[in-house]
Design a protein around this ligand. Structure first.
Ligand code: PDD
Length: 309
């Protein structure tokens, strides 16, 4: 194996964040399996219709990070699609902790998915739902050093972020086609990721992360109503900024606002705070002074959480 590709030419990493497939453990309906042994029905509605919800959680030093917030969001997503989660928070915490222990790495990527289970390949929801629960836990591979140190390149794309009145981006559902198409378009243009606009042309978010600007020292990010996921990292960053006297504005933002900004970054559970060095033709200082300060504050926040667990 080299360059992350196995002898068949397939990537040995799964999903956008690199998680090494070796040492990855999975479970299907709470049964822990080797990834090669794990199978699902072709009639699973997650596969048939994207009829599922998910969360990406991570560990630091073997500890689940912001677990309660992730479970709260998962429950809200499930409620929004009328899906009953087949476990209590305590049960799933215990199960994920067991999987993390079996991977035995300090920094793990955890993908927890719940689908509406199997049905005929008809859209009608089954009368008696038996949800399918899948967990994938593997060592979290760091993002390329250059992304952290120099920043990533984003471009705007033709495909718009889902309307909140269609599939609300606040539902973290297994239907990510909107974002998949956007990422395809960005990669075709040789950019790292896409910045998605909403139907009115306002800024929303990147394909798996939230988007921030710094303009004249003010930290700015689109509000939830713009049509974005309420990122857990996003909220931590907003809280840290407020606590540390960095002026914050959650408000509708235009592309012009972005092109006139001095700094920009994206945020997510796995990327934390990742500077943006370029948006379309506009370049930013990356990481700029405010971004650097927030990166430091975020690291401090993680450390504090670990000390309190
Ligand atoms: N993505 N926006 C979208 C569309 C996302 O998919 C994510 C998370 C975020 C950031 O949310 P958080 O800070 O809670 O991770 C914003 C995860 C990491 C993923 O699907 O891989």
């Amino acid at each position: 194996m080299n360059n992350g590709v196995d002898k068949h030419g397939n990537s040995r990493f799964i999903c956008a964040v690199a998680i090494a497939i070796e040492q990855t453990k999975v479970s299907v309906n709470f049964q822990i399996l080797d990834p090669s042994q794990a199978t699902l029905s072709i009639f699973d509605r997650g596969f048939l219709f994207g009829d599922s919800v998910y969360e990406v959680i991570r560990t630091y030093a073997g500890q689940l990070f912001t677990f309660a917030a992730h479970l709260k969001r998962l429950r809200r997503s499930a409620d929004a699609i009328h899906l009953r989660l087949p476990f209590s928070d305590g049960e799933i915490r215990q199960h994920l902790t067991e999987l993390v222990a079996s991977v035995d790495k300090p920094d793990c990527y955890i993908r927890l998915m719940v689908s509406r289970g199997t049905s005929l390949p008809l859209i009608d929801p089954p009368k008696q739902e038996q949800p399918t629960t899948v967990a994938i836990v593997g060592p979290l591979q760091p993002w390329p050093q250059s992304h952290q140190e120099k920043g990533i390149r984003l471009c705007t794309v033709g495909v718009r972020r889902n309307l909140p009145s269609a599939i609300n981006p606040m539902i973290k559902s297994g239907n990510y086609l909107n974002n998949v198409i956007a990422l395809y378009e960005a990669r075709q243009k040789h950019f790292d990721d896409a910045l998605m606009l909403n139907a009115e042309g306002g800024l929303t978010e990147s394909t798996t992360s939230n988007f921030f600007l710094v303009n004249a020292g003010v930290l700015q990010t689109p509000p939830l109503e713009a049509g974005i996921l309420d990122g857990i990292s996003r909220q931590i960053i907003l809280d840290l900024a407020k606590e540390n006297n960095i002026p914050v504005a959650e408000k509708p933002l235009s592309l012009e606002d972005a092109y006139n900004a001095q700094e920009s970054f994206i945020s997510s559970t796995t990327r934390e705070i990742m500077p943006v060095t370029q948006l379309d033709e506009t370049r930013f200082e990356a990481p700029g002074a405010v971004t650097r300060k927030l990166i430091k504050l975020y690291k401090g926040y993680v450390q504090k959480q670990l000390e309190n667990t």
